[in-house]
Write a protein that binds this ligand. Structure first.
Ligand code: DAK
Length: 263
């Protein structure tokens, strides 16, 4: 598929996917969502990729939400299809086995904020603005915001954001635990890449097991979570990368992890 609304680059175990409709502040329309789904499928199939970075092109926006121009013209059936596509695509992002970092370089509103929430953690430029303004459009977040946001920052803070639709600065977002770290705009991608490189140097099987265990455990009680962890730990120990990691430690050298998901 030829991409017109996103850009995808891959190298050294890192995929960088850039939302690329800067004139519309990278708003999510049907074409962009189709391309995004296609790119995620390619990333999933590529054994060499161990981490994904999502960001937005231009200086103003990560993603300024669903494309309001398109939403305004939708028939009820079209709206249902659009919603299904959006939820499906963001679900696939969250379900990606490898870690995903959102590098939020500007507005992350509505569906854009929800896209960042489906990543594993968020780095932000000091120009980033977060918000779920759907209430001001007479609707509610529809791409998982009412579910993922309270799980991340707590119900009370999520309710304040969703009921008011207010924008949060990067500093405010960091204060409530939505953002991990803040950088100057020109340093954001370098910082995201540095962390991505650190992650890409680890074994793929253990990275994916860690992500899956964390995510499944968050939706379970402690005893169930610990049982999930035990099983995942045992599986990891059987991997080629675990032999390399423990062997390298004993031989006092740096490990080189080359195993795939099934090794
Ligand atoms: N959609 C389409 N175009 C957008 C856009 C958007 N969300 N956001 C900005 N643009 C366009 C503007 O129309 C403008 O285009 P031109 O006029 O130049 O042609 C260009 O981007 C630059 O924007 P501004 O001129 O407005 O720039 P400012 O710096 O003055 O303002 C802003 C930046 C981000 C504060 C402002 O653009 C803004 O408020 N944008 C809208 C933010 C927003 O409300 N986003 C939507 C959130 S609601 C669903 C599930 C989910 C959703 C919907 C349905 N279902 C289950 C059915 C999701 C909903 C949302 O995401």
């Amino acid at each position: 598929m030829v991409y017109t609304s996103i850009e995808l680059t891959c190298g050294a175990g890192i995929a960088t996917l850039t939302f690329n409709r800067p004139k519309a502040l990278n708003a999510l329309n049907t074409i962009l969502l189709e391309e995004f789904a296609d790119a995620l499928e390619g990333i999933k199939k590529d054994e060499s990729i161990r981490v994904l970075i999502l960001t937005g092109s231009g200086e103003k926006a990560f993603v300024a939400g669903a494309d309001i121009t398109e939403i305004a013209t939708l028939t009820p059936l079209g709206a249902k299809k659009f919603a299904q596509r959006g939820q499906d695509v963001i679900g696939r992002l969250q379900a990606l086995a490898i870690p995903a970092i959102a590098a939020v370089n500007g507005y992350a509103l509505g569906g854009g904020c929800e896209m960042a929430l489906a990543c594993d953690f968020i780095y932000a430029s000091d120009k980033a603005i977060f918000g779920l303004p759907e209430i001001s459009l007479g609707v509610i977040p529809g791409f998982g915001g009412t579910q993922r946001l309270p799980r991340l920052i707590g119900a009370n803070r999520a309710k304040e954001m969703i009921f008011t639709g207010k924008h949060l600065t990067a500093v405010e977002a960091k204060e409530i635990g939505l953002v991990n770290k803040i950088f100057a705009p020109e340093e954001l991608m370098a910082a995201a890449n540095e962390t991505a490189q650190l992650i890409a140097g680890k074994g793929k099987a253990s990275l994916c097991a860690a992500k899956q265990t964390l995510n499944q455990g968050l939706n379970a009680d402690l005893a169930t979570g610990l049982a999930i962890e035990r099983d995942a730990f045992a599986l990891c120990l059987a991997s080629q990368d675990a032999k390399e990691g423990t062997g390298a430690f004993l031989e006092k050298r740096k490990p080189v992890f080359t195993g795939g998901l099934n090794d």
